[in-house]
Design a protein around this ligand. Structure first.
Ligand code: CA
Length: 374
C-alpha cells in the first residue's frame, strides 16, 4: 500500500476491498478526535471470509489475557471477576488473524471493479428507501452537523447496505483474538495489537456501562459494530442519541446511526458547503505528476499551483478557495481515474483510510440522490 491510507472496511466489504486495495489497516489513533471507526486488514483476492461459527479455545486459560483483564479492571474501575469472566468467555477465531496481514505490495488496484461492488442497483435502491424512510432525520443531521444527507447515506450504504450486513462475529471473540493473537507477520504487529487491546478495553467499558452482556454484540471480524460499523472507541467518542430516547443504538435505530455518522464527520473537520471532489483533466504539456501525487490524499495545493502543474479544473473547481489533492485511482492495467480532492474528501478517508472507499461513498450517495429525484 504505497499511496493509500486505510482504516477499516465494513464487515460486508472487507474481503473485497482489502483484496482490491491491498493496503494496510491503520488507525487514526493519533491526532484529531480519538480514532477511526473501524479496522481491516488486507486480503488476498481469492480468500474466503472466515466462518464466524468456527471458534477455537477460550481465553480463560491464557495468562496474558487474564493479566490484561486485571489491568483493565484496575484502570477502569471494573469488577476484576467480571472482566476475567468476559475475556475468559472469548474464543479464538482461528481464521481471523491472517486476515490482518497486508497483501503483497504491488497488487493491482482497480477502481472500476471496486466501484462496481458498491455503486450498484441493489445498494442504490436500498439507499433510496433508507433516505425516504429517514428524510426528516437526515435533514436534521445536516442542519445540526453540516454534513450532507448524501454523504451519510453513502457511508451507511457502503458499510452495511443500511444494516443488512452488520457482521456475524461475536465482538468479544474478534477483539480478543486480535488483542492476544495478532499475527506477528504484520509489519506493525505491536502497534496493531495495542490498538485492538485498547478497543477490547473500550468495548468492556461500554458494555459495563450499558449493562448488556459483552458476550452478545455481533460485528465484523475486526470488531466493528452496527449499521455504521463503529469500533468501540468510536462509539464511546462519537456516537450520539439522536432521537433522544435516552440510549444509543447503532444496530436498530437509524436516527442514532445518522446522527453518529454526522457527528463523526463534524469531529474530523467536515466543512459545510464544501464539495468533496472536482473533476480534473491532466494537461500532458504542463503535467508535474510526481509533484502532484507526492502528498497523496492530503490537500496541499491551491488552485493556482494545482492548475499550473497541469491539473486543469473548470467551473466550481477553479473557484475553490481551499487546498486540493490530486487523487489517482488505478484501474488495473487501464489508465487511472483522477479527481481533485478537497479537505472534505480527506475527511471521508478518516472514516476509512482509502481513497477508493471515499470515492465509493461519494458516488453511491450521489447515485441515490439522483435516483430519489426520478
Ligand atoms: Ca437513541
Amino acid at each position: 500500500m504505497r499511496r493509500l491510507l486505510r482504516l477499516l472496511l465494513p464487515a460486508a466489504v472487507a474481503t473485497l476491498a482489502l483484496a482490491l486495495l491491498a493496503s494496510t489497516p491503520a488507525r487514526a489513533t493519533t491526532p484529531a478526535p480519538k480514532n477511526l471507526k473501524h479496522d481491516k486488514g488486507a486480503r488476498p483476492v481469492a480468500a474466503k471470509r472466515p466462518d464466524a461459527s468456527r471458534a477455537g479455545p477460550s481465553y480463560a486459560g491464557r495468562e496474558d489475557a487474564m493479566q490484561f483483564a486485571d489491568e483493565v479492571a484496575a484502570r477502569d474501575g471494573l469488577d476484576p471477576a467480571w472482566v476475567r469472566a468476559s475475556i475468559g468467555s472469548a474464543r479464538l477465531l482461528p481464521n481471523v488473524p491472517r486476515l490482518m496481514v497486508p497483501a503483497a505490495p504491488g497488487a493491482t488496484k482497480n477502481w472500476r471493479a471496486y466501484r462496481g461492488r458498491f455503486v450498484e442497483p441493489v445498494r442504490i435502491a436500498a439507499g433510496v428507501r433508507f433516505w425516504r424512510d429517514n428524510a426528516d432525520t437526515l435533514a436534521r443531521a445536516e442542519a445540526s452537523f453540516g454534513v450532507p444527507a448524501e454523504i451519510i447515506v453513502g457511508i451507511i450504504g457502503v458499510e452495511t447496505i443500511y444494516g443488512r450486513n452488520m457482521g456475524s462475529f461475536r465482538v468479544i471473540d474478534a477483539l480478543s483474538t486480535l488483542a492476544f493473537d495478532f499475527p506477528e507477520a504484520h509489519p506493525r504487529a505491536a502497534e496493531r495489537q495495542a490498538f485492538f487491546r485498547a478497543e477490547l478495553e473500550s468495548f468492556l467499558v461500554l458494555q459495563n456501562r450499558s449493562g448488556e452482556s459483552p458476550l452478545l454484540p455481533l460485528g465484523s471480524y475486526a470488531g466493528a459494530m452496527g449499521m455504521p460499523q463503529f469500533m468501540p472507541s468510536s462509539i464511546g467518542s462519537f456516537a450520539v442519541d439522536f432521537d433522544g430516547d435516552g440510549r444509543i443504538d447503532l444496530v436498530n435505530d437509524p436516527a442514532d446511526v445518522i446522527g453518529s455518522v454526522a457527528n463523526y464527520f463534524k469531529a474530523f473537520g467536515w466543512t459545510p458547503g464544501m464539495a468533496s471532489i472536482f473533476p480534473v483533466r491532466l494537461d500532458p504539456q504542463r503535467l508535474q505528476k510526481e509533484m502532484l501525487l507526492a502528498p497523496d490524499i492530503v490537500p496541499t495545493f491551491n488552485v493556482e499551483t494545482f492548475t499550473a502543474a497541469g491539473a486543469a479544473l473548470d467551473g466550481e473547481g477553479l473557484a475553490h478557495p481551499g487546498l486540493l489533492a490530486l487523487i489517482e485511482l488505478q484501474n488495473g492495467g487501464d489508465a487511472p481515474t483522477y479527481v481533485a480532492g478537497t479537505k472534505n474528501f480527506y475527511v471521508i478517508t478518516r472514516y476509512n483510510w482509502s481513497s477508493y472507499y471515499a470515492m465509493s461513498v461519494i458516488e453511491l450517495g450521489r447515485e441515490v440522490r439522483l435516483a430519489m429525484a426520478q
